[in-house]
Structure formats: structure tokens, C-alpha cells
Write a protein that binds this ligand. Structure first.
Ligand code: CO
Length: 675
């Protein structure tokens, strides 16, 4: 590939005035979506995007990804932000660069297939609110799930980018399912559907450089639309894969601004710009302009979020991806789920069970939502199965997958697992083979009815339609019908500085003076810090009523921290002492301050149904007084975004129900009592 080195560096500097390349690589920036989704659980707030928005608009990116993926969910659930408003706001600051979003085809920005009417309305409203490029993917690469949204994208006159989710069953490209013919065939399908560009979507960073070369070469030889490579850094291979894909003629590459790059995110843009400088694939971007943006992100934005970064490891690459092919997001979900169940020591069993479950469930690619579906089911199998019975607790989503509601899997689902999953399945025990949305009743009108008097426009209705429980809660916050809880409020740079300052002082031993007056009662906003001074260990509680932090208590712990003392405890089980006791990013936050459920348990005799895992109550399927048989579904518990039908532990009558829809519960909370 010597023709890439025709360098004319003598008269050239970094500026945009340098001679244009024959075939410049186009760059899409992902900082404002996949960047913060990958590195800090999508918690980036719109107010922290505005300081760089205008400058980013000047760079000359092919597009900026600003929306979709997990943003829609996280914003209304955790940030008390209207996702539609972000689109409109950013569009005011970025008028030149096209906006792209990640659209989960018929899953929209949620975790199940929605009905055609809701899907169409979503695309139309998204387009109307300012979106230009719809990067569309289906977790199963079943393009029947594209039909409705693609028709709507085309009608709106927008760019349809079709994705092929990159997946493997072997250490490298090849094998019976995901081989080169598979990718070529999928690209041809997308071209036939009218794709304006085609994206090879490598969400786990699995694509090896020479495989990227081979696939891009093959795609460029067979289809006309531009080829776009999206490859996460996770395994460490992506910068090499980018370069090989560029040599093979790839048209567009995804990168992030450097503070949002690497780890499970994407390679940074700057090294790529320098690599290609002066070649016939020169991006034409001005590296000094990029540096200015990075300065703002580093100094004004990242300090607010760095507490969310996973600093538990020194290494920035994830060997597990190379070993187990587990995408970063999926892995952190698995780890969190196991932690919440006090079962982190079973992670190796989970790794062993995962390929088996994946194969039984049709060798699906591992991407949202299939990565969660396979991941959570694997954890359930490891935690609840015994040697006599597998798949003891099957999630609702696995049942849907077995029924065909997500589409066609790469290979058929194991018939035994399918049969077990579909026993008493409400839609029927015989799986469907048609386009999944064909069996779905329209749902937009119902969503309108449900939100009458609350929703002010179609955008509100759609938000509710996709997320009924958290969407309704958000609309109540938005229209002042309920107070949002403290944890959804933004933290200011001032607050962060004060916290950092206090931790620093505490570390120096200057924070031990007793609080003179009696402190206010502790609330949910309390954050605890573990502070170590030599061999002493302090637990410090920090809380910010009205913005000014108050030290609630400083308690000297009688025990030494396990990590600073020689300890027989295995390293994997030792808690991380340096991290504030902040809830894990993907863990659902506690429900807003609601009246505690009446402690009816004490007065009621019977068998308790305890939450097998922390989660949120979706609904009770039985009422107090209903007769139930052992095994009947009593309550649906959402855990890690999967719905779990919890069975009655005994025959009898429902004596007490302790929570209601939307409540968060901890492991072992008594959900109801059967007597
Ligand atoms: Co991605």
C-alpha cells in the first residue's frame, strides 16, 4: 500500500489549507453519544455538550452522532432531561454538520419490538426534531425488522444507513455462520433496501485488522453504497483495523474526541488524522482545532464525570473480549448483576455458560438487546439452575425471542429450550415465522389514551409509548406533578471541586473535627466515601442540601480495610477502597421518595415471595385475596432491564402485596405473602 505514503510534508502544516487528498477518509464523531455511553454509562448532560458544540460543528466531520442508543432511556430515567429537547438544543448550536443517531430498527430506542404505528411516528418525529442520518441496526441482522422504519426514513427524505452487526463464533472471521459470504450477502440485502451507506458495526471490538481488510475489500467489490466502519476499542485492535480498512478502501470511520476515547469506547480521532496526513486518504481535519475542543472537554466537562469512569483496572484494554467475545457494556452489566447478588465469584461459570446459552438461543450476535437477553439468562442459569434442571428462571425476553418476536435467529433455537420457554406463553406455544411486528397490535392510540391530561404533544406520547413506567414518571417531573429526586439533578463543577477538596483534606487528617451542632437527618442524597489515613480507615458521609456540602458524619471504623492489611481474602473479592460508594452506573437508582410500603409483613402469616434480585416492580398479576397455585406468576420484576416472572412459592391466597408498579426493591425484599 505504498501509494498511501506520497508525502508532501515540506510545504504543508496541519491546517485545512493543505492540499486535499484524492480520496479523503470521512470521519464521524461519536463523542456525544457512543463516547459517553461507553465510558460513563450515557450520563453526559446536554449542558455539558453545549460548550463544545459550535467548535465541533466547524471541524468538518462527515456527521456527529448525537442521539439514539441508550441516550433516550438514560436521559428521561436518570437525568430528568427530555431526549427530544437535546436534539433541538444541539441543532441550534450545530447547524452545518449532519446529526446521526443509532436506531435499533423496530426496537427504536428501547428493548423490544414496537408496533408499526409507534415505529413510524418515532421516525417522523425524530426527523422533524432535527435528525439527519438514521444508523439502523437489528440485533439479529433480520432486515424484516427494518421495513417499517426504513420506509419512514425514506419518506422523510433522510439518510438510511444500514448496519451489519459484526459477530463471530470462532476466534477469527470464518466458520459456519459468520463468514465472509454472510457479510457480503447482508450488504447486498441492505443495498437492495435502498441503503444510502452501509455500516459494519463491531460493537465489541472483535474485528481483527486483516479480517476488516478482507470484509471491506469484499464489500467494496460487491456493493455501491459507501462503507462505514464502527469498531469499539475494547480489545485494543480497532486502530489497526481502522488502518487496514482504510487500505481496503473504507469510506467512513468512527472515532471520538480523545478524552472520550479508548477503553470500551472508540479510538481517538487525532492519531488517525496524523497517520493519514499528507497521504491520498488524508482526512483534511485540522488537528489544532481538535486540540482546542479537547481542552474544553478535559477541563470543563470531564471533571464532572470522572467519578463514573471505571478505574478499577490499570489496563485500558479488555482481554476478556479477546477470550470470551463479551461486549464491554454486556460485561459490566453481568458484573453488576453478579455483584448485586453477591455472586461475583461465579463470573468464570458465567463465561463458561455464555457460549452454550448463546448457541441454544440461535447463535445471535451480541448487541443490545440480545447481549442483555443472553447475558441475563446466562446469569440466571448459573445462579438458579441445578444439575437436574436447566433454564429454571427464564426471562420474559428469552420467551419473546423463542416465540420469534425479535426475528429470525442465525441458527434455529434449541427445540427443548424453545418448548420450555413457550410453555403457557400468552401469545401461544407455537413460534411465529413472519415479520415480528405483524403480530403486534397498534399501540399509539392506547399510549395517547394512557397519557391524556399529562402528555402535551406527540413527543411526550412516544416517550411514554416506549417507556411506560419511567416515561410516565418523567412526564410527571417534566410537568411539575411530582418532584424529581435529588439524584437526577446535575452536579456542578463547584460541587465536584468542593467534594474533591474535602476528600483531599480528609486524607490529610484535617477533617476529623467534630460537627458542633446536631447534623440534619441523613437522606437518600447521602454519598459515602472511604478515606484511608495510613492504617486508619474513616467512612465519610457527604450530602448537599441546597448545594452546600455538609459533613454528616465522620466515623472511625474499628476494622482495618481489607486491602491495606495483609489479608487472606482473595483479591477478586476485596472491595475497591478508592472509589466513592456511588451506585454502579447501570444499576437502577432507588425510586423517588415514595411513602414506604406499610410493613404488613409482620402481621401476615404465610410464605413470603422474596425478590431473588434487586430490581423494579413492573406489575403484580394477582391482587390481595386472589387464590394462587404454586408456580403461578404473581409479580413481574424488571432487573437489568429484563422482565422476570416470579412464581408463587406455595398454594394459597395472596395475603399481602407490599409494593406497587415502579417501586424499586432490593434483593430479598418481601414482595408479597401467600398464605
Ligand atoms: Co457502538
Amino acid at each position: 500500500m505504498s501509494d498511501h505514503n506520497q508525502v508532501k510534508l515540506t510545504t504543508m502544516d496541519y491546517s485545512k489549507d493543505r492540499p486535499a487528498a484524492d480520496n479523503p477518509v470521512k470521519i464521524q464523531d461519536l463523542t456525544l453519544r457512543d463516547g459517553h455511553q461507553s465510558l460513563f454509562a450515557t450520563r453526559g448532560r446536554t449542558e455539558d455538550m453545549i460548550p463544545v458544540a459550535e467548535k465541533m460543528d466547524e471541524v468538518g466531520f462527515w456527521a456527529v452522532e448525537t442521539w439514539g442508543g441508550a441516550t433516550f432511556d438514560t436521559m428521561h430515567r436518570f437525568l430528568n432531561e427530555d431526549p427530544w429537547e437535546r436534539l433541538r438544543t444541539l441543532k441550534r448550536y450545530m447547524t452545518k454538520t449532519p446529526f446521526s443517531m443509532l436506531l435499533r430498527a423496530q426496537n427504536l430506542v428501547g428493548y423490544r419490538n414496537y408496533a408499526d404505528d409507534l415505529a413510524r411516528a418515532f421516525v417522523e418525529r425524530t426527523s422533524e426534531n432535527g435528525l439527519d442520518i438514521f444508523r439502523t441496526f437489528d440485533a439479529l441482522n433480520d432486515y424484516r425488522n427494518f421495513e417499517t422504519v426504513v420506509a419512514a426514513i425514506k419518506e422523510c427524505g433522510k439518510h438510511f444507513q444500514g448496519c451489519i452487526c459484526y459477530s463471530m463464533t470462532e476466534p477469527r472471521l470464518g466458520g459456519e455462520v459468520y463468514n465472509i459470504d454472510y457479510y457480503v450477502k447482508k450488504a447486498k440485502d441492505l443495498e437492495a433496501m435502498g441503503a444510502d451507506s452501509i455500516c459494519l458495526k463491531d460493537m465489541a471490538g472483535l474485528i481483527a485488522p486483516y479480517d476488516a481488510y478482507e470484509i471491506v475489500k469484499a464489500l467494496k467489490a460487491t456493493v455501491k453504497p459507501p462503507i462505514h466502519l464502527h469498531s469499539h476499542f475494547t480489545s485494543g485492535m480497532s486502530p489497526m483495523s481502522h488502518l487496514k480498512a482504510i487500505e481496503a478502501g473504507v469510506d467512513i470511520i468512527d472515532t471520538c474526541m480523545s478524552p472520550y476515547a479508548y477503553r470500551t469506547s472508540h479510538a481517538a480521532v487525532e492519531p488517525l488524522v496524523m497517520t493519514l496526513l499528507g497521504t491520498n486518504r488524508d482526512t483534511g481535519l485540522d488537528i489544532r482545532q481538535l486540540a482546542e475542543i479537547n481542552e474544553i472537554l478535559e477541563k470543563k466537562v470531564m471533571p464532572k464525570y470522572k467519578y463514573l469512569l471505571d478505574d478499577s483496572k490499570v489496563s485500558i484494554i479488555d482481554i476478556n473480549v479477546l477470550l470470551h467475545q463479551t461486549p464491554g457494556g454486556m460485561l459490566s452489566n453481568l458484573v453488576n448483576q453478579l455483584k448485586e447478588m453477591d455472586a461475583l465469584h461465579k463470573i468464570d461459570e458465567v463465561y463458561k455458560e455464555l457460549p452454550r446459552v448463546r448457541k441454544e438461543l440461535g447463535q445471535v450476535p451480541l448487541v443490545t438487546p440480545t447481549s442483555q437477553i443472553v447475558g441475563i439468562q446466562t446469569v440466571n442459569n448459573v445462579l438458579f439452575d441445578d444439575k437436574d434442571e436447566r433454564y429454571k428462571m427464564i426471562t420474559g425476553q428469552v420467551k419473546d425471542l423463542c416465540y420469534g418476536l425479535y426475528g429470525k435467529t442465525a441458527i434455529p433455537i434449541d427445540p427443548e429450550v424453545q418448548k420450555k420457554a413457550l410453555k403457557d406463553y400468552p401469545r401461544g406455544e407455537e413460534p411465529i415465522t413472519c415479520r415480528p411486528a405483524e403480530v403486534l397490535e397498534p399501540e399509539l392510540e392506547q399510549a395517547k389514551k394512557d397519557t391524556e391530561g399529562l402528555a402535551q404533544d406527540l413527543d411526550d406520547v412516544i416517550l411514554y409509548g416506549i417507556y411506560p413506567i419511567t416515561g410516565k414518571r418523567f412526564l410527571n417531573w417534566k410537568y411539575g406533578k411530582e418532584d424529581p429526586p435529588a439524584e437526577v439533578k446535575a452536579r456542578t463543577l463547584e460541587e465536584i471541586k468542593r467534594e474533591d477538596e474535602m476528600v483531599k483534606l480528609a486524607k490529610l487528617g484535617h477533617l476529623v473535627k467534630k460537627v458542633e451542632k446536631k447534623g440534619p437527618p441523613k437522606t437518600d442524597a447521602l454519598r459515602t466515601f472511604d478515606v484511608f489515613v495510613d492504617d486508619e480507615y474513616f467512612e465519610v458521609g457527604v450530602e448537599e442540601p441546597g448545594g452546600s456540602p455538609v459533613v454528616s458524619y465522620v466515623q472511625q471504623m474499628p476494622v482495618q480495610p481489607p486491602v491495606s492489611a495483609p489479608s487472606p481474602v482473595a483479591p477478586a473479592a476485596a472491595p475497591s477502597p478508592s472509589k466513592p460508594a456511588e451506585p454502579a452506573p447501570s444499576k437502577p437508582k432507588p425510586a423517588p421518595a415514595k411513602p414506604e410500603p406499610a410493613p404488613v409483613v409482620a402481621d401476615v402469616e404465610g410464605t413470603p415471595l422474596k425478590a431473588p434480585m434487586p430490581g423494579m416492580i413492573v406489575k403484580y398479576s394477582k391482587q390481595v385475596g386472589d387464590a394462587v397455585s404454586k408456580g403461578d406468576t404473581v409479580v413481574i420484576l424488571e432487573a437489568m432491564k429484563m422482565e422476570n416472572a416470579l412464581p408463587a412459592p406455595a398454594d394459597g391466597t395472596v395475603q399481602a402485596i407490599n409494593y406497587s408498579s415502579g417501586d424499586s426493591v432490593a434483593k430479598d425484599d418481601v414482595l408479597c405473602v401467600i398464605g
